[in-house]
Ligand binder design. Structure first.
Ligand code: CDP
Length: 218
């Protein structure tokens, strides 16, 4: 069983997707974490983020693993190193667009994502292009959305709780910029697949959203 969950930043995708995967006893695949990991690698190697060929090359030569440990939760390994924290800083987040905009990088990512998703009993994949590109024939497609103000509030809370010191206005500008970048890019833009079920999570709790998704699946 393949469940595709797409939507913009702060729509609740990550939290909700993990819970849905757990309830169904299938894999959870955070595709954003994979784009973030390659961005981190490129930054650490001081690469020119506009050098598409080099970005494709490092993507092909990277080992990205998404791990799940009952006690430690989910983590992201890049070439054997745990980068779960480093990939979530606002500085890094703002650079992902360079990597996510390269068609050759995306082709490699999609191959890895399909392979991971097919390695178990099923998977919940979350991202921007899951229902449109990665699994256009997914068993269920969900498009999560929420009002801009609510999404900014959630993202701010998440970063503050994660120990990062960020002001609200900066987060607001970041979410706005990222929305536009993701929706307007040429390759695999964020959009609702025609056959996706759209859920507005603005006034829903996490549990209510999970319930709604599960009721679409059963
Ligand atoms: O958690 P949040 O929604 O803020 O972001 P994410 O899912 O970790 O994704 C980070 C960035 O990676 C997005 O803003 C997209 O530019 C890119 N991305 C993508 O292009 N395609 C995907 N399937 C997932 C993420």
């Amino acid at each position: 069983m393949i469940i595709a969950i797409d939507g913009p930043a702060g729509s609740g995708k990550s939290t909700v997707s993990k819970m849905v995967a757990e309830k169904l006893g299938i894999l959870y695949v955070d595709t954003g974490a994979m784009y973030r990991a390659i961005t981190l690698k490129a930054v650490n190697m001081h690469l020119d983020l506009k050098d598409a060929d080099r970005l494709i090359e490092i993507t092909k030569n990277s080992d990205i693993k998404l791990l799940h440990d009952k006690d430690k939760g989910f983590s992201v390994l890049l070439d054997g190193k745990d980068v779960s924290k480093e990939i979530r800083t606002p500085e890094l987040t703002n650079k992902v667009k360079f990597i996510a905009g390269v068609p050759g990088v995306r082709e490699e990512m999609v191959k890895i994502q399909r392979k991971i998703a097919r390695s178990g009993q099923g998977a919940v994949l979350e991202g921007r292009d899951i229902g449109t590109i990665v699994f256009p024939d997914a068993d269920r497609k969900i498009y999560l959305n929420a009002d801009f103000k609510e999404r900014v509030k959630r993202r701010h809370k998440e970063l503050v709780e994660g120990g990062q010191k960020i002001d609200y206005a900066a987060i607001k500008a970041d979410v706005d910029r990222r929305d536009r970048n993701d929706m307007e890019r040429k390759v695999a833009p964020l959009k609702k697949a025609d056959d996706a079920i759209e859920i507005d999570t603005t006034k829903l709790t996490i549990e209510e959203t999970v319930e709604k998704i599960l009721s679409c699946i059963k």
